[in-house]
Design a protein around this ligand. Structure first.
Ligand SMILES: [Zn+2]
Length: 420
């Protein structure tokens, strides 16, 4: 297993899994897709992001093989399922830490209880899980803060700052005596995931601002929520500011076009990310998609109307689809044209035809076969895991309609995240 530290992020290969190892003096990294950190400060132990619930015991064992220091503080950089659910084994072993989070984490957990089923279905689709899954039990923070908080641990200062980015309950932790910066998912070794089509509002501009503020801290180590630890003041600054710039390029274009009165659909098609920044190893669009960030900005600053007056109070999709298919001369004609488009590599248009024909005539075999094959193709050509999850679900809906077994992700699923 490689060490998950880089001093040269521009040439590093992203990596998201490793055996537990020290990544900086006094810092143990437990990396299992998400990064859990244990930090020894004098005689005390601090945990930043205890991680997944189902890995709690493994994480606890790794930490306790490394230090017996009492757990004084646990930090949730935000309340997501991969970050804030792994304290169980520590509590069962008798640790009673301060559990620190930004105040919106409490409201997040309440929302998770109220929308448990919905979130379980989202997660199933996004990650192609065999069934709906989402955590049900919460270890609630016992110390929350609004915008900043400072705590002393022995000779060290824990400086917390609230942020919004992927979530509204983010925070980061800076320890000035060590120049350690724990930034949670404000850096994830992918393009920022602030566009997710299935989730609540995200905050690209606040995200950029938090990155720019962090870049001014002079940190020597950056400990991200996913991916490699970055060592070196200049390297840390570069990654933070490049990521902020990536976001600002999208934000500025969307805002300018909105203020010109362009319609959401035009803006969606016109706005593109910066090509050079998009090729950096820490900004590849392998999880979210830059176009989803455009959509999210439109939602942040605009209403939900898409600019098409027919869509304001529309006919049901099935009704529209039957009319389109009738005009085309029937389902067979639509399928035939869909096949032509698919063979020509026009998968985007072919997908529209597949949706029309299967919504007009759900029992038309050729239509469902077209839908199955179109989404199999889109799945192949799409680097964004969030998009892949939705395409795979659509492909499997067609397979089930055809009496075929749904196809699980290949063993290479999350391959972008797993070591070779
Ligand atoms: Zn995360």
């Amino acid at each position: 297993m490689p060490s998950m530290v880089t001093t040269d992020p521009a040439h590093a290969a992203p990596c998201f899994f490793a055996e537990p190892h020290e990544v900086a003096p006094g810092v143990l990294l437990f990396a299992n897709f998400v990064n859990n950190y244990a930090l020894q400060l004098g005689d005390d132990l601090v945990i930043v992001d205890p991680g997944f619930e189902h890995l709690s015991t493994l994480f606890h064992e790794a930490v306790r093989a490394w230090t017996r220091a009492p757990l004084r503080v646990a930090v949730y950089t935000h309340g997501h399922a991969d970050h804030a659910f792994g304290l169980r084994a520590f509590l069962e072993a008798g640790d009673r830490p301060l559990i620190i989070a930004q105040e919106n984490c409490i409201a997040r957990f309440r929302r998770y209880e109220r929308t448990h089923g919905w979130n379980a279905f989202i997660n199933q689709r996004q990650f192609s899980l065999p069934q709906p899954m989402f955590p049900r039990s919460f270890v609630t923070p016992n110390l929350v803060f609004h915008d900043r908080l400072s705590e002393r641990i022995g000779n060290f200062t824990l400086e917390f700052r609230a942020a919004r980015g992927e979530t509204d309950d983010a925070c980061y932790l800076f320890i000035p005596e060590k120049r350690y910066l724990f930034c949670g998912d404000l850096i994830i070794w992918m393009s920022p995931n602030c566009g997710n089509p299935q989730k609540v509002q995200r905050y690209p501009e606040d995200w950029a601002l938090a990155l720019e503020t962090m870049a001014g801290l002079g940190a020597e180590y950056l400990f991200p929520g996913h991916g490699l630890v970055i060592h070196g003041t200049e390297a840390v600054r570069t990654v933070l500011l490049d990521t902020a710039r990536y976001l600002r390029v999208l934000i500025d274009q969307v805002l300018e076009r909105m203020n010109r009165g362009e319609q959401p659909e035009e803006i969606f098609h016109a706005v593109e990310p910066d090509r050079e920044l998009s090729s950096r190893p820490y900004l590849l669009p392998h999880y979210d998609h830059p176009k989803f960030i455009v959509r999210n900005l439109l939602r942040l600053w605009g209403g939900w109307w898409n600019g098409n007056a027919a869509d304001l109070l529309p006919a049901p999709w099935a009704t529209q689809a039957r009319e389109i298919v009738r005009l085309a001369g029937g389902a067979d004609a639509v399928v035939a044209r869909g096949r032509e488009l698919l063979e020509a590599g026009e998968t985007v248009l072919a997908a529209h035809l597949a949706e029309w024909v299967t919504r007009a005539e759900p029992n038309h075999r050729g239509g469902q076969e077209l839908k199955r094959d179109v989404y199999a193709a889109r799945l192949q050509e799409e680097p964004s895991l969030m998009a892949q999850g939705i395409y795979r679900a659509a492909m499997n809906d067609a397979r089930v309609a055809l009496g075929e077994d749904p196809l699980p992700p290949s063993s290479g699923h999350l391959g972008i995240l797993r070591p070779a």
